[in-house]
Design a protein around this ligand. Structure first.
Ligand code: ADP
Length: 477
């Protein structure tokens, strides 16, 4: 990969922090130091904002077809560098290499998809009340976009945002998570290689609170797109008031997976394994709450335990590994707390976690039943490979339990009765519902939530709207 440096990309140049400060990045599996990345000063952040401000004037004037070609070129470069990018993701994030490779394809798909959308930003002509007047609507890029991204999908979460913003004609500043900045810097290097002009993409690292505030308070930044916790999302909403910034927020979830009594149990179990254990349970659309009809609960639970026992926990670079480490000690402490409190409160730990070796953050697959809705493990996002199973007696109860959360990102349900499945899906208060399916993410589908899971959609034909503003032209002849 040409030009790849452990430095920030500002105005097409690699930059250290002006005061020389750095932050370490470590491998969550081996705990070894991978790199030190800049911890930028406030003035460095301002230079990234200025760079994006200048580049916006240039990028918005580049014809859509040319922007599209550049994005397609970037998609192809990402695919060509799959091995390096996948190794980087596994090193800094911990997920198994096969999952990292999947993330590369998924991320590249966003650049491909939005390269196709870049040339379809069509306006409207609306009949007026007079023959001497025309009403036209055009769509224009909103301006400088800042993206704040999490560590669980270091490439894909950035790709989703960057691809749509660049396709719309916006310039871009990315602030990746401190745990996983290296993948973002690698993507920055590829944007240069793809020929995207200097300043159109800037990647900055350092103190989240300081950078977040600088981006939020800047009048130059017209939009912030964020994926992360509901807690930080609420801070951004408050901060956005000052400059009336447009936001896209993809916040926490608490996904239920409803297994009806007429479900194909083996399919439901396979869906559960993918929807729960992928990325060690650290995705915002991971199944958090299993809701299983009481008639099939023993059968489902036994089959899930059998499958969970087969999963191999270990270093993501090992090809046999199914589940890598949790991202850090805080994550381990949270998952441990939730499992211990459920056990204390009377839940049945069917497949107990094996003891974690001192100093490591590996957490083995765990299956817990007899869960009640009062338990913390039911209410909080677990973000670990733990299945919490409760039962229900009828569809009314299933819907009431599933919807009883402030979150509304993803939900899943398994039933072989299509009518029943569709009517249940319509009643689930979530932005996305997988019917007999837990693999729901795709560049052409609208990803996003309702309630405290946020607003705005990423990907799909709707995704680009978040980066555009409508302008109405009233033309009198
Ligand atoms: P998680 O708990 O999964 O790390 P966070 O919401 O804390 O989720 O982090 C998601 C992203 O938000 C990361 O890039 C992180 O650095 C950033 N972040 C954390 N706190 C703030 C803040 N106060 N302002 C702006 N960004 C923040």
């Amino acid at each position: 990969m040409k030009n790849f440096r452990f430095e920030c990309l500002i105005n097409g140049m690699w930059r250290a922090s002006s005061d020389g400060k750095t932050t370490p990045v470590t491998n969550p599996s081996s705990k070894k130091l991978l790199a030190n990345v800049p911890s930028l000063s406030k003035s460095d952040v301002q230079s990234a904002i200025d760079s994006a401000g200048k580049a916006f004037e240039l990028w918005r004037e580049i014809p859509a077809r040319k922007r599209s070609d550049l994005l397609l070129g970037l998609a192809n470069l990402i695919i060509a560098h799959t091995d390096t990018l996948a190794a980087t993701i596994t090193a800094e994030q911990g997920k198994p290499l096969a999952e990292s490779r999947g993330e590369i394809t998924y991320a590249a798909n966003y650049f491909r998809w939005f390269s196709e959308e870049a040339v379809r930003i069509n306006g409207d002509i609306i009949p007026s009340d007079s023959n001497s007047k025309r009403i036209m609507v055009i769509k224009q890029p909103i301006g400088v976009v800042a993206a704040i991204t999490p560590w669980n999908f270091p490439l894909a979460m950035l790709a989703r945002k960057m691809a749509a913003a660049l396709a719309a004609g916006c310039s871009f500043i990315a602030k990746p998570a401190p745990e996983t900045p290296l993948t973002a810097l690698a993507l920055a290097a590829l944007t240069l290689e793809a020929g995207i002009p200097a300043g159109v993409v800037n990647v900055i690292t350092g103190d989240a609170e300081m950078i977040g505030a600088a981006l939020m308070h800047s009048p130059t930044v017209r939009k912030v797109t964020f994926t992360g916790s509901t807690e930080v999302g609420k801070i951004l909403i408050r901060q956005s008031a000052e400059t009336v910034k447009k936001l896209t927020l993809e916040l926490g979830g608490n996904a239920p997976l409803v297994v009806c009594d007429d479900a194909d149990i083996s399919k439901a179990v396979e869906g559960a394994v993918f929807g729960k254990f992928r990325n060690a349970g650290q995705t915002c659309i991971c199944v958090n709450r299993f809701l299983v009809h009481e008639k099939v609960a023993p059968q489902f639970t036994d089959a899930l335990i059998t499958r969970a026992k087969q999963l191999v926990v270990g270093d993501g670079m090992n090809s046999a590994t199914d589940i890598g480490p949790l991202i850090n000690n805080d994550a381990l402490a949270k998952v441990t707390r939730l499992v211990e409190s459920a056990s204390r409160e009377g839940a049945k730990v069917n497949l107990p976690p094996a003891p974690t070796p001192a100093g490591s953050t590996f957490f083995p697959p765990t299956v817990i039943s007899n869960i009640t809705p009062q338990m913390s493990i039911w209410k909080e996002e677990i973000f670990g490979p733990v299945c919490a199973i409760a039962t229900f007696a009828n569809d009314e109860e299933a819907i009431a339990l599933a919807n009883n959360t402030p979150h509304g990102l993803a939900a899943y349900l398994y039933s072989t009765n299509l009518n029943r499945a569709l009517s249940l899906a319509e009643r689930l208060d979530f932005g996305m519902v997988g019917i007999n399916d837990t693999s729901i993410s795709a560049a052409q589908a609208p990803f996003g939530g309702i309630k405290e899971s946020g607003f705005g959609r990423e990907g799909s034909k709707y995704g680009i709207d978040d980066y555009l503003v409508l302008k109405y032209l009233s033309v009198q002849s």
